[in-house]
Design a protein around this ligand. Structure first.
Ligand SMILES: [Mg+2]
Length: 283
């Protein structure tokens, strides 16, 4: 049963949560935009702050950490200093060397050694996505501020910079393009509409798939997921009794999470708490 974000217990300095986190090994999963960084005008500006990076490193030294993002895999890895095309022969280790990543809401997964696994069923929809992206570019040309981002397994229409009065026009264009192409579905998010393959796959399935691929077991490891957006709710539901969901929200809305963090800065503080807890347990 969904509850309201504002009635959830605060995850910071919470003795009950700390007890649960200290009782067994943790597998931590995090969304990126709006969770580890504030929502900004353009995705490329959502740079990971050094103080967040530091706390994430401390946690990743003690437990499994997986990033599950709507961004393309290469894009989200690059935000952590990892890029499979980069020449690393002269460079040192980066965060991407020991984190797991799932891009495109989990359609595309990379292990810490860079090994990739794509969700095969999504491949059949690549042509429809490409054609939909072209149609959307044309349909939105007269709406100032709207822009289309072609990702490998999705087409995002961003309207963060569109006048509120024109947003219904954006949605109408997206719906029209959706109706013209088979095998796609529309999802929403923060000032974004997304077309993606209409297959039974979401962040919840991605989370458990990543969990199993990493060799973790539900009886032994406690899955913890932190996310801020509507697509993250699929993961909160999927966790059920086998995990703990933390929603990043400073407004009242329905959620299936268990605890709340108000802002990305609270996420940083929570990571620091968790790191200290894990470092203490290891002594
Ligand atoms: Mg997010």
């Amino acid at each position: 049963m969904p509850r309201t974000t504002t009635e959830l217990p605060d995850a910071l300095d919470n003795p009950d949560l700390r007890r649960r986190l200290g009782a067994q090994p943790i597998a931590l999963f995090l969304d990126y935009d709006g969770t580890l960084t504030p929502i900004v005008a353009r995705p490329e500006l959502a740079v990971l702050a050094d103080n967040v990076r530091t706390e994430l490193e401390r946690v990743a030294a003690r437990c499994f950490v997986g990033i599950i993002s709507g961004r393309d895999l290469a894009d989200v890895r690059a935000m952590f200093g990892g890029d499979e095309s980069a020449d690393r022969s002269g460079g040192g280790a980066t965060e991407a060397d020991h984190l797991w990543f799932a891009g495109s809401h989990g359609f595309d997964v990379a292990a810490p050694d860079g090994t990739r696994t794509e969700f095969e069923e999504a491949h059949a929809h690549l042509d429809a996505l490409g054609a939909a992206a072209d149609d959307l570019e044309r349909a939105l040309v007269d709406i100032p501020g709207a822009w289309v981002e072609r990702k490998r397994f999705a087409v995002a229409t961003h309207f963060r910079q569109v006048d509120d009065a024109r947003v219904p026009d954006v949605e109408e264009a997206v719906d029209r393009v959706l109706g013209a192409h088979e095998g796609l579905r529309k999802t929403g998010g923060k000032r974004i509409f997304e077309l993606r393959p209409d297959v039974a796959w979401d962040k919840g399935r991605a989370l458990w798939s990543l969990f199993e691929r990493a060799g973790l077991a539900r009886d032994d490891d406690l899955a913890v997921f932190i996310g801020d957006d509507v697509t993250d709710e699929d993961a909160f539901v999927a966790l059920g009794d086998d995990g703990i969901g933390l929603v990043v929200a400073d407004e009242a809305r329905p959620t299936d999470a268990d605890y709340r963090l108000s802002t990305p800065d609270d996420v940083r503080a929570f990571l620091a708490e968790l790191a200290t807890l894990l470092e203490g347990a290891a002594r």
